[in-house]
Design a protein around this ligand. Sequence first.
Ligand SMILES: [Zn+2]
Ligand SMILES: [Zn+2]
Length: 376
Amino acid sequence: MGFDIHILGTSSARPTGSRQVSGSLVVCDDGVAIVDAGEGFQSRFAVQRRRMKKFGDTQIKVGRVDVLCLTHGHLDHTWGVLPWLHTLSLDKREKPLLIIGPTSSQVLDSLLSNSKLPEDISNSDLIIQWRSWHQLGGTSKQLGFPVRWILGDVENDRWIELMPDSNSVVELEKMPQPKGWSENKIKALATNHTVPSCGWHFSSKGKRGKFDRLRAAELKLTEAQRAGLAKGENQTLESGEILSASEFRGPDSGVISVVLSGDTSEMSKGITSMDNCDVLVHESTFLDEWSEHAKNYLHSTASGAARTALSSGTKHLVLTHFGARIKGAEEMLSQADQELEGSQVTLSAASDGDRIHVSDSGKISHHYWDEQGWSS
Ligand SMILES: [Zn+2]
Ligand SMILES: [Zn+2]
């Protein structure tokens, strides 16, 4: 199926009449990942599930959610987490849930040495929020299902696990992947915001083309000949005819990848260090007229998002996280478009409920939501 990204909120900082705050789903064959869950997330998730049931081609079951990836600790990205965890508990979830988010190297050091948190830590650092959620019932023991709490210093690729029920912290060798995921991988990308932050990168492993069993059966090949062809070795038949292994496989599907940026200034290192990305969903809080604001608050303008797309091998850029002053997305689109002129990068702007799909073969489509269903 590739990746289906559901964008459930496209407003920055606070909800407006037509846009809610951040929260997205990334659906793939392995399961569902949630990226950020701002205020009201679980209601929007429920609405989207009903829409999928009525208009969609697949259903998104809550039980398929394996991982919650947070981009940073600002409340418009996190305030919906704890209520949603409580609902999972009421629904008697048993399946483990992985929760991953960024913090600073100083916070990791103090947690590992069991000392006080740094004095200058922001109230929005995830460690502060997570500790308060744990006090309010957000631990495996209190929720009744296993939750793993993973914090990372993304830039230095250092990871720890908090175990609130035993009040301990363990250092990890690497960032864990969701349990049972075999075809797709998640990676954190360092971004640049007023608190520790990261973007989230999802990639498929790519699949080998299908073996032509029918033809192998028609030719009455032996088990050894079949196995050889399947491994990529040409086979010589008794008649002297040579069978080329490449003719027995359909085309391979390449690696596909999608990135959701979270809040960040333009050209953040983690994102521009990529050389290939099918879809980049990037924040675009301000128009160019407010580029000073973007610089001061470490957000991006629409054209800044476009510059980031150009430097990261992106094929399609989706703008989101619009400031409350932005009425429609047209101006955003035209400023980003100007920056992308002459490039191959395509562009769209997200509204709440939209889906962006990348197929296994890399075909990209933006499906716009309205009350009649989705249209491309
Ligand atoms: Zn935000
Ligand atoms: Zn923020």
